[in-house]
Design a protein around this ligand. Structure first.
Ligand SMILES: Nc1ncnc2c1ncn2[C@@H]1O[C@H](COP(=O)(O)OP(=O)(O)O)[C@@H](O)[C@H]1O
Ligand SMILES: [Mg+2]
Length: 222
C-alpha cells in the first residue's frame, strides 16, 4: 500500500539546509495499522507530510498503491490526497465558525460531490457523535472534536488514514476511546498510520517504527 524507497527530505533554507529525513525505506501493507515514534525533531511530521502527499521527497521514491507519487505536480498530489487519504491532526483543524456537520462536509464541497448533508450525517453517526452535528467546535470537548475530525477524514472513503499525534491533546480515557475508534476503522480495512509520543498508544498498532535524526533506528512488531 505504502512504500518509501531511500527517501530523503532536505529543507533548503538558503544559507542552511536542514535534513528532515535521511534515506528512509519502509513499507506498510494494505490493512496494517502502524505507529511512528521518535523524539521531537526526529522527522515524524516530515514523514507524515510525504506519506500524505502534502510534500514531496527531495530524493527517493514513494509508491502509494503501486503508483509513483514522488514527482507528481501539486494538482496531481491534491487529487491523490482527496481520493485515497484521510488526515487527522493533534489540533483537530476544524473551522471554528461552522458546525460539526459543515466541517465534515468540506471535503465533499472541494471535490464537488452531491448528497453532502446525508453523507456527512452518516459519517458523524459512524463515529458516534451524531448528536453534536449542529454544534460549533468551541461547544465540543477535545474528544468530540477529534471524532468530528475523524468523520471528516472518512468522508471520501479513504484507503489510508494518517494521524499525526491524534491523542496529543486528549486525556488518557479519551485517548483510548479515540484509539478504539481508529482500531475499528482499521478492522474495516482502512490502513492506519499514526504518529505518537506515547508507548501505550503505540500498543494499539501492529508495528512501531522508531525514528531519530531522520533515520529509522528500530522496528517493533506486536
Ligand atoms: N518546513 C520546514 N522548514 C525547515 N525545517 C523543517 C521544516 N519542517 C521540519 N523541519 C526540520 O526537520 C526536522 C524534522 O522535523 P519534524 O519532521 O517536524 O520532526 P517531528 O515531527 O518528529 O518533531 C527538524 O530538524 C525540523 O526543524
Ligand atoms: Mg511533529
Amino acid at each position: 500500500m505504502i512504500e518509501l524507497q531511500n527517501v530523503s527530505k532536505i529543507y533548503d533554507l538558503g544559507e542552511i539546509k536542514v535534513t528532515g529525513l535521511d534515506d528512509i525505506s519502509f513499507s506498510c501493507e494494505e490493512g496494517e495499522m502502524i505507529s511512528i515514534m521518535g523524539p521531537s525533531g526526529s522527522g515524524k511530521s516530515t514523514m507524515m507530510n510525504i506519506l500524505g502527499c502534502l510534500d514531496r521527497p527531495t530524493s527517493g521514491t514513494y509508491l502509494l498503491d503501486g503508483d509513483n507519487v514522488s514527482k507528481l505536480s501539486d494538482d496531481q498530489l491534491a487529487r491523490v490526497r482527496n481520493k485515497k487519504l484521510g488526515f487527522v491532526f493533534q489540533s483537530y483543524n476544524l473551522l471554528p465558525k461552522i458546525d460539526a456537520l459543515a466541517n465534515v462536509e468540506l471535503p465533499l464541497i472541494y471535490s464537488g460531490q452531491d448528497h453532502r448533508h446525508e453523507r456527512a450525517s452518516k459519517a458523524l453517526e459512524a463515529v458516534g457523535i451524531a448528536q453534536r452535528a449542529n454544534h460549533l467546535p468551541a461547544e465540543m470537548s477535545g474528544g468530540e472534536k477529534q471524532r468530528v475530525a475523524i468523520a471528516r477524514a472518512l468522508i471520501n472513503d479513504p484507503r489510508v488514514i494518517l494521524a499525526d499525534e491524534p491523542t496529543g491533546n486528549l486525556d488518557t480515557a479519551t485517548s483510548h476511546s479515540i484509539m478504539d475508534l481508529l482500531t475499528d476503522l482499521n478492522k474495516k480495512g482502512i490502513t492506519v498510520v499514526i504518529v505518537t509520543h506515547e508507548e501505550d498508544i503505540a500498543t494499539y498498532t501492529q508495528r512501531t517504527i522508531y525514528v531519530r535524526d531522520g533515520k529509522i533506528t528500530e522496528e517493533k512488531r506486536r
